[in-house]
Design a protein around this ligand. Structure first.
Ligand code: 3PY
Ligand code: MG
Length: 255
């Protein structure tokens, strides 16, 4: 399973991810059994911590699906630890400078590309790969997605995409809408955001790297998959539960 996200991206078909923030590993395990292509755990805004992510990993891996995780801002040491634990990739929020991108990339890749330290014990156990095989392939299959969600970041998207060890960009439409409106509000579908989304897909294509994005509704996810994103994360588990509850309650009450 550690190689599964790379393989999914290489297939060229858009991947739909579940997005989990409830601090309970049974939830990503349950969603991995549905027809999602992968599952993402959100350690930035979700309530999941490292221990819960560790417990979710083998449960997701048992389904053969890849797991991605989003780290808290600047927490690049956790990016390496997630790879050691068997995550297929990491999303780093608020990558606003080239230095941010390089520091993130270095945590994600072994030398000579980066500075990741050796110790992928759970990843070896989960994948069944021998240490030398893991080492030889890990830089290629461990996916580093840098979040572009500010004006500064959008202005250097080509440089971020060109950074050695960065495998793609992940657009945060909510934060980007705040930035592009100069703090006037949050509107993940503002005109400025829509333009930036198409720009990001085009620049990632040109760079031969991945473009990923967050979608808050299934309709939005469908549209963004059509617009060329390689990964669309449909969030969140909380929204899914609430939407399901509201639909069921409505039907049960005869609405
Ligand atoms: C954003 O939209 O800002 C995100 O980070 C997606 O969760
Ligand atoms: Mg964000």
């Amino acid at each position: 399973p550690v190689t599964a996200l790379r393989e999914g991206l290489d297939s060229g078909k858009p991947l739909l991810s579940a997005w989990c923030g409830i601090p309970e590993p049974a939830i990503p395990a349950l969603l991995a059994k549905e027809d999602f292509d992968l599952v993402t755990l959100d350690m930035q805004h979700g309530a999941v911590d490292f221990a819960q992510t560790l417990r979710a990993l083998p449960l997701i891996a048992a389904t053969g699906k890849p797991m991605l995780a989003r780290i808290p801002v600047g927490d690049f040491a956790t990016a390496s630890r997630l790879l050691d634990a068997g995550a297929c990739g990491v999303i780093a929020p608020m990558i606003n400078t080239l230095d941010d991108a390089q520091r993130f990339a270095r945590a994600m890749k072994f030398p000579p590309k980066g500075e990741r330290s050796w110790g992928p014990h759970a990843a070896l156990a989960l994948s069944g790969l021998a240490p030398d095989a893991y080492f030889a392939q890990a830089n290629a299959f461990s996916i580093a997605l840098a979040m572009v969600e500010t004006r500064e970041s959008l202005a250097i998207i080509d440089e971020i995409l060109a950074t050695s060890g960065i495998d793609g960009v992940f657009i945060g439409p909510a934060d980007l809408s705040i930035a592009l409106s100069d703090g006037r509000g949050v509107d993940a579908q503002s005109r400025e955001v829509e333009t930036a989304l198409d720009h990001a897909v085009a620049r990632a294509r040109e760079a031969g790297k991945a473009a990923a994005v967050y979608a808050a509704t299934p309709e939005r996810a469908a549209a963004l998959m059509q617009r060329g994103f390689d990964i669309v994360a449909l969030g969140s588990d909380v929204n899914l539960l609430r939407a399901g509850a509201q639909a069921w309650i409505g039907t049960a009450r005869g609405g």
